[in-house]
Design a protein around this ligand. Structure first.
Ligand code: B12
Length: 305
């Protein structure tokens, strides 16, 4: 028994030594030295003893042991969010690359499953309503049809609280990423409202829709009769990229309309996408175009070609 334990301890020590040599732990002799880890915890105390693998610096740190052209590799990695230069351990990922992959997956799951921070909505002065989804995020994911319809209570609230028939109705929906709404809506809102006013457009009462899908545009059109509706909604997150917001737009949407009647400004986020200020300005331009041609989607493209 004691002999087995001794052999196991020797095996673990050998594996740790190997991982250190491969650079998996801070202080190891591998290609990509990580920053120092947090101090050791007192016994029984939980602590994070690995550096955050998702910081921009960590992402840009090459994992290739001996690149032929280190400067070119760094430039290549800085040019894209794709996973380049992650290195390998034999035919496998390095531990660092695997941990980053898992951390990015966690970021994606967080963005998808959590709710938008109520403080962000309050700061934007939005009241909240819900679609016909009643069974939480799981039902929202499994039943897109329910996310395209406002609940009966939501219909009443919207009619009671919103100014009818504005030129521009702004709505925010959680969609597939709470992080996207939090990261971009606060920057977009002032530009949207001021841009609309400068263009001489009347703006409706904005509100927030929980468990929202793009197709809910039709209900909003039926209830409020706005000329143009813009729905700011969280896009399906990618690995480690959860802040991308879309602005889906439609001219006088109504029951039965499809995506062919809609337009979208996508990939709105700072640091690689359409920045939110530009995105908002673009939305106002499209709204003006929709009003001019009294159309949206494919019809608008044909009329404005
Ligand atoms: C998922 C997706 C799809 C799925 C939608 C299926 C579904 N039920 O979710 C499928 C594969 C069908 C699809 C098809 C198309 N898509 Co698409 N799609 C996406 C993707 C990856 C995510 C969208 C998302 O998160 N929406 C938010 C959630 C909450 O919305 P939802 O209500 O769940 O789903 C609706 C929207 O996704 C919408 N939708 C999806 N794509 C498009 C494209 C346009 C122009 C419109 C108006 C609506 C629309 O359709 C869904 C049903 O109503 C985006 C990439 C991105 N960065 O956003 C591209 C993206 C939106 N799609 C795009 C395009 C071009 C198309 C197509 C026109 C491709 C083609 N040539 O056929 C078609 C048209 C779709 C349509 N509905 O008529 C482009 C739009 C570019 C632009 N600015 O015009 C994007 C940005 C991809 C890209 N980078 O090129 N798409």
């Amino acid at each position: 028994m004691a002999q087995n334990e001794a052999r196991l301890a020797a095996l673990v020590a050998a594996v740790i030594k190997e991982l250190q040599a491969a650079g998996a732990f801070p202080g190891g002799a591998g290609a990509a030295a990580e920053p120092a880890s947090a101090p050791a915890a007192a016994p029984g105390e939980l602590t994070l003893d690995l550096p955050d693998p998702t910081t921009p610096e960590a992402r840009r740190r090459p994992g290739v042991a001996a690149p032929r052209d280190p400067a070119a590799l760094k430039a290549l990695m800085a040019a894209t969010t794709a996973r380049l230069g992650v290195g390998r351990a034999g035919p496998r990922y390095t531990t660092t690359a695997l941990l980053r992959f898992q951390a990015d997956h966690a970021i994606t799951q967080d963005a998808l499953y959590r709710d938008v921070d109520p403080a962000v909505l309050a700061a934007l002065g939005l009241f909240s309503v819900q679609t016909a989804v009643t069974g939480g995020k799981q039902e929202y994911l499994l039943r897109p049809d329910l996310g395209r319809r406002l609940s009966d209570a939501a219909r009443r609230t919207v009619v009671e609280q919103c100014r009818p028939a504005p030129n521009l109705q702004i709505v925010v929906g959680d969609g597939l990423s709470a992080a996207a709404v939090e990261a971009n809506a606060p920057e977009m809102f002032p530009v949207l409202t001021q841009g609309a006013q400068a263009a001489g457009l009347t703006v409706g009462t904005p509100f927030f829709i929980k468990y929202c899908r793009v197709g809910v545009l039709n209900d909003i059109g039926d209830l409020l009769r706005p000329d143009v509706v813009v729905l700011l909604i969280g896009e399906r997150p990618g690995l480690g990229r959860a802040e991308a917001l879309s602005a889906y737009m439609a001219f006088r949407p109504k029951t039965g309309d499809t995506d062919a009647d809609r337009d979208v400004v996508c990939n709105i986020f700072n640091g690689g996408g359409t920045n939110p200020l530009e995105g908002a300005a673009f939305v106002i331009q499209i709204a003006q175009k929709m009003l001019k041609h009294q159309a949206s989607g494919v019809k608008l493209k044909q009329l404005s070609a």
